[in-house]
Design a protein around this ligand. Structure first.
Ligand SMILES: *Cc1c(COP(=O)(O)O)cnc(C)c1O
Length: 432
């Protein structure tokens, strides 16, 4: 479910008119719906009720402090991939004891910081990393809690850049080698074995790869439980969402809610696939959803600057660019684009490219998209931009990063100021 709907001919986020938000804070602007995020969290929590489970939000999907605070208040923990993310969680009032620290290349400084703060677990991806954590924990007279990341070698049927659980990926340790690495870990004085973890990829739109990865890993989980008394099995995140919504011809809705379910397969499907093989393990299950919680809870608002008609094509040049939302350029991903002013019941359709101002031909949001006629000055909402949107923004072309706003009911708050040109040169230093 998400809470972006037309009301009285105007696209709303919850009870707030998006045109007013754009007036107030300018464009390009990310707008997030707190109600949508909480709804996703609550429904996942309910679906996993048969398991002793914890939901730990993958911070990298959207790390704005206001979002972290919202989820911390809802009792979520956090899956972090850097010292910077841990710092953010702490600033948002999150509990380090409810954080797992993932990632293949943790630095000494990051490991020290996470040790001092007392994270729940380091999710370790190699023997070298394990040795490094053992050494650093020793220097601090601590025992570092660890889980090894298993690579179950399954094909999650997703974009190659976001597949992580096949043996060709840099992630995790092959199932066949895992026990030996655990044996090594058990001999390290400053390491405490607390769990096992996996994460097979992102934007996975079927339940089977999750179930298959679990089936492949459970024998090992049982063995680790009896040998080392591990207390958790983290099955990672990766649940996909619907980016492409069928056009409803003649309804005037260019983007349309699909039965209230914004996961590509339903939460039910997911739970039905994973709960049975996990229930009998008698161990705490962690899930680490990122995109699923926040993806469809955000839009990128952008205004059309110019219409340009060439011999070949018609372009709408908007004020957002690939530096603001890189997903189409990076993954060729599809985002619905909805006019903020609702089109008439039977609009004239035309094919148009929606492109940004950045000097790259990869700077597009939609190619040959069938849309109701677009005009200069129109406000457009690029849908499902709540995950891997702002967090991947850059200052390429010296474009200040966009602002972010959070809607809750009829309230809207600015949660990040738009950068200024001054911000762009801050930190630059004259050479000697
Ligand atoms: C990125 C990541 C996640 C979240 O992935 P989503 O597809 O956003 O759910 C979870 N766990 C780990 C270890 C990750 O790296």
């Amino acid at each position: 479910m998400h809470l972006f709907q037309y009301r009285d001919g105007k696209l709303h986020c919850e009870d707030v008119d998006l045109a007013c938000v754009a007036e107030k804070f300018g464009t390009p602007l990310y707008v997030y719906s707190a109600g949508t995020i909480l709804d996703h969290y609550t429904r996942l929590d309910a679906a996993l009720a048969p398991l002793d489970h914890l939901i730990w939000y993958a911070v990298k999907a959207n790390s704005n402090r206001a979002i972290l605070k919202l989820l911390a208040d809802a009792d979520a923990g956090f899956d972090i991939v850097s010292g910077g993310e841990l710092f953010r969680v702490l600033r948002a009032g999150g509990d380090p004891a409810k954080c797992t620290f993932a990632g293949v290349g943790k630095s000494r400084e990051e490991i020290e910081f996470a040790c001092e703060q007392g994270v729940y677990s380091f999710n370790v991806e190699s023997e070298s990393e394990l040795e490094q954590i053992d050494q650093i924990a020793g220097e601090k007279n601590l025992r570092a809690p660890i889980a090894l990341r298993a690579n179950p070698d399954v094909d999650p049927h997703t974009h190659e850049y976001i597949s992580t659980g096949s043996r060709e990926n840099k992630f995790g340790i092959a199932l066949g080698q895992l026990l030996a690495v655990y044996e090594g870990a058990a001999k390290m004085r400053n390491i405490e074995i607390v769990g096992v973890q996996m994460h097979i990829g992102s934007q996975i739109t079927e339940a089977e790869p999750f179930a298959s990865a679990i089936r492949k890993t459970t024998p090992l989980v049982r063995e680790l439980k009896s040998k080392y008394g591990i207390k958790f099995f983290s099955i990672g995140g990766g649940m996909g969402i619907i980016y492409r919504r069928a056009l409803e011809s003649g309804s005037g809705k260019w983007w349309h809610d699909h039965g209230g379910e914004s996961s590509a397969f339903s939460i039910r499907d997911y739970a039905d696939a994973i709960v049975p093989p996990l229930r009998d393990l008698g161990i705490r299950i962690l899930v680490e959803p990122g995109r699923f919680l926040v993806g469809s809870a955000g839009v990128l608002l952008t205004r059309v600057r110019y219409i340009k008609q060439t011999a070949e094509k018609k372009f709408a040049i908007v004020d957002a660019g690939m530096n603001d939302l890189i997903r189409p350029a990076l993954y060729h991903s599809y985002h619905e684009i909805a006019p903020v002013k609702e089109p008439s019941k039977s609009p004239n359709l035309e094919k148009i490219d929606i492109v940004g101002p950045v000097c790259e031909s990869g700077d597009f949001f939609a190619l040959d998209r069938e849309m109701p006629e677009v005009h200069e000055g129109d406000l457009l909402a690029i849908m499902s931009a709540g995950a891997y949107g702002f967090v991947m923004a850059s200052n390429y072309n010296s474009r200040p990063s966009p602002a972010e706003a959070l809607v809750h009911g009829d309230k809207v708050s600015l949660i990040r100021e738009r950068q200024t040109w001054e911000d762009l040169v801050r930190g630059e230093v004259e050479p000697l």
